[in-house]
Design a protein around this ligand. Structure first.
Ligand code: ADP
Length: 537
C-alpha cells in the first residue's frame, strides 16, 4: 500500500502499543517528572490544537529553545505531526546568531524553557516575526513580570485545548523539522528534514548492527534535542517503545550518573566531552554502572583511551558513530562482526577508533582534489562524500546551486575507507595540518595525547612554520595535580606514529574552548596559537 511515512504515526504507535512505558524528566523546575507514552499522545494532541489556535499554518516554523525533556518531546510531535516545522534553536549560540537564525527561519512562535528567559528577554524585541513566546512551565512558575511581549504559559495552552485532534495525512516529503549547523565559518545553514527522511532514519538507526535500540532499553539522550533531533532518539523511542530518561540542563558527571542509576538507564548517547566529565566523576568516587550496557559516542572522534576506560574498567560497550547535521545525523557505526572475530583485544580497540561502516541507506566514497574516486584500501585519504534518503540535498532558503557534487553530498571531512568498509575520519578539511605539502591528521595526534595518564584534554592545530608552512602544535589541559611537561609528552609519541608527524611543541592551558555542540573550537585555538612556532623559531 502507498502509505506515507509520517512522524505522527510513531506517536500513535507508541500510544497504542507502549502506552504505559515511562518518560522521566529532570525539570528546570527542579523536580523529577514522570509521564507515559499514553499521556504524551494526549498532551501532544492538545498542544497541536493550541499551535493551530496560535495561527501556525502547515509548513510554517515553530521555534524551540529547550533542554531535553517531556515538554520538548510533546512539541516534537505536536508541531511536526500537525504539518508545521519544528525548528530547534541551540541556546548556546550567541544571541546575535540566534536572532539571525530565527529571522531566517521565519519562526512564528517561540517555545522556551524557563532557563532561557533572560536570553529571550534579550532578543525578543529583535524578533518582530514571532507572534507569541511560550514559557514551557505552569502558571505557578511563570515570571511575575517580564519584558517579553505576548508571553504565554505552556501548561495553560495544554489545559485549555481539547485532546481531540486527528493527525492530518499529507505527503511524506513535507518538511518536519529544521536545524541550523553551528556555522563556524559564515552564516549558519538550515538543514530541513522531512517526515520520510526522519522515519527512514529511525528505522535504520535502531537496527541491531546500527545503534540497536529496543523496547527493553531505557535510553538517556545526553545529545541535545536542540541539535540534530538528539540523533533521532525522540522518534526511535516511540518506534521501539523504549523508556526515555531526559536529563534537562544537568549534564555534569554526578547528575548523569545519579540518573543512570536511579532510572535503570541501559544506553546513552553523546559527544566525547560529556563522557569525560562522567568518567572523571565515576573514577574519583569509585563508582560503577549497574544497568548501563553501552554508550553511543559521536560528534567528534572518540579517543581510544575513553573507549578503553568504559569497556575495560566499567564493562560499558562504546559504539562509535559518525554523522553530521546534514546526515540526520547517522552515517556510519563502528560495529565489529564475525569478520573481525580473529582480532585480538588491542586490534579490536584500534578498529573501534574508526568511525565504522555505512548503515544501510547511506552510500560513501572518498575523492581526491580533482573529484576522482580513491581506493578503499585504508591508506588513501580524501574528502568523504555521501548520499542517501536522509542526506540533505541543499540548505533551507539557500542561495546558489547547492552543495551537491554529481548527486553526492561533500562532507568536508577527510577520511580513509578500508577494504572491509570501515571508514576513518582523519580530520575536517579545514583542520588538516599541511606540513611541507603533506597532510597530517590531527585526530590521530590528539588520540595519542589523550592516552597519556596526565592529560585531561588535548587538541592539535596547524601552527605556521617558517620552513614547513604548517606544523602540528598540541594544546593540552593537564589533569588536576599533574605536572606533565612538554618533553615528556613529546617522548610519549615515540614509536606510536611516523616521526615527522610528531607535534613540534606543546602549550599547556587551563581550558580548551568548546562550541555550542560541545566540540573543540579549533578556529579559536588557531587564532590564539597560530604564530606560536614562528615566535619560537
Ligand atoms: P557542526 O559541528 O558544524 O555543527 P555537526 O554537528 O553536524 O556540525 O558535526 C558534523 C561533524 O562532526 C562531521 O562533519 C565530523 O567532522 C564531526 N564528527 C561527527 N562524528 C564524528 C566522529 N565519530 N569522529 C570524528 N568526527 C566526527
Amino acid at each position: 500500500m502507498d502509505r506515507p511515512l509520517l512522524i505522527s504515526a510513531l506517536l500513535t504507535h507508541a500510544e497504542r502499543l507502549h502506552g504505559e512505558r515511562e518518560i522521566v524528566s529532570r525539570r528546570v523546575e527542579g523536580d523529577v517528572h514522570r509521564t507515559t507514552y499514553r499521556e504524551l499522545g494526549q498532551r501532544a494532541r492538545r498542544l497541536a490544537n493550541a499551535v493551530a489556535a496560535l495561527g501556525v499554518e502547515r509548513g510554517q516554523r515553530v521555534g524551540t529553545l529547550a533542554w531535553n525533556g517531556y515538554r520538548h518531546m510533546e512539541l516534537y510531535y505536536a508541531v511536526s505531526g500537525s504539518g508545521a516545522v519544528l525548528h530547534t534553536l541551540n541556546p548556546r549560540l550567541h544571541p546575535d546568531q540566534l536572532v539571525w537564525i530565527a529571522e531566517h527561519a521565519q519562526d512564528q512562535v517561540l517555545f522556551f524553557d524557563l532557563s532561557f528567559l533572560p536570553l529571550v528577554e534579550a532578543v525578543a524585541a529583535r524578533l518582530p516575526g514571532v507572534k507569541a513566546f511560550v514559557a514551557m512551565t505552569d502558571r505557578a512558575h511563570m515570571p511575575a513580570s517580564s519584558k517579553v511581549p505576548n508571553l504565554l504559559c505552556y501548561e495553560e495552552l495544554v489545559e485549555t485545548h481539547s485532546p481531540e485532534f486527528d493527525w492530518p495525512e499529507f505527503d511524506e516529503k513535507l518538511a518536519s523539522s529544521l536545524c541550523y549547523t553551528s556555522g563556524t565559518t559564515g552564516n549558519p545553514k538550515g538543514v530541513l528534514y522531512s517526515h520520510r527522511s526522519t522515519v527512514l532514519h529511525a528505522y535504520a538507526a535502531s537496527m541491531p548492527d546500527a545503534l540497536n535500540y529496543s523496547g527493553s532499553d531505557a535510553i538517556l539522550p545526553v545529545v541535545p534535542m536542540f541539535h540534530v533531533n538528539a540523533w533521532g532518539i525522540p522518534y526511535i523511542a516511540c518506534m521501539v517503545g523504549a523508556k526515555l530518561v531526559f536529563p534537562g540542563p544537568w549534564l555534569d558527571g554526578k547528575s548523569l550518573h545519579d540518573l543512570f542509576e536511579a532510572e535503570g538507564v541501559t544506553v546513552s548517547a553523546g559527544v566525547p566531552t560529556v563522557w569525560q566529565g562522567l568518567l572523571a566523576h565515576v573514577e574519583a568516587n569509585s563508582l560503577s554502572f549497574s544497568t548501563m550496557r553501552r554508550t553511543i559516542i559521536g560528534g567528534s572522534a572518540c579517543p581510544p583511551a575513553m573507549m578503553r576506560a568504559f569497556q575495560e574498567r566499567y564493562d560499558v560497550q562504546v559504539v562509535h558513530a559518525w554523522g553530521m547535521t546534514e546526515t540526520s545525523p547517522l552515517g556510519s557505526v563502528c560495529r565489529l562482526g564475525p569478520g573481525q572475530a580473529a582480532l585480538d583485544a588491542e586490534q579490536r580497540l584500534a578498529l573501534q577508533s574508526k568511525q565504522g561502516r555505512a548503515v544501510f541507506g547511506v552510500e560513501m566514497k572518498i575523492v581526491d582534489a580533482d573529484g576522482s574516486e580513491l581506493p578503499h584500501d585504508g591508506q588513501a585519504a580524501g574528502e568523504l562524500l555521501v548520499r542517501g534518503p536522509w542526506i540533505a540535498s541543499g540548505y533551507f532558503r539557500g542561495e546558489g546551486s547547492g552543495p551537491l557534487q554529481g548527486g553526492w553530498f561533500p562532507t568536508g571531512d577527510v577520511s580513509t575507507i578500508d577494504a572491509d568498509g570501515f571508514m576513518q575520519i582523519t580530520d575536517r578539511s579545514k583542520d588538516v595540518i599541511k606540513s611541507g605539502g603533506e597532510w597530517i591528521g590531527s585526530i590521530d595526534l590528539e588520540n595519542i595525547a589523550m592516552a597519556h595518564p596526565a592529560v585531561a584534554m588535548a587538541a592539535c592545530i596547524a601552527a605556521r612554520h617558517p620552513k614547513w608552512d604548517e606544523r602540528p602544535l598540541l594544546v593540552v589541559v593537564r589533569k588536576p595535580g599533574q605536572a606533565l611537561e612538554r618533553d615528556e609528552l613529546i617522548r610519549f609519541y615515540e614509536g606510536k606514529i611516523a616521526k615527522w608527524w610528531t607535534p613540534d611543541d606543546v602549550v599547556f592551558v587551563d581550558s580548551i574552548p568548546l562550541g555550542a555542540t560541545g566540540k573543540v573550537q579549533k578556529n579559536l585555538l588557531r587564532d590564539a596559537w597560530r604564530d606560536h612556532l614562528l615566535a619560537a623559531a
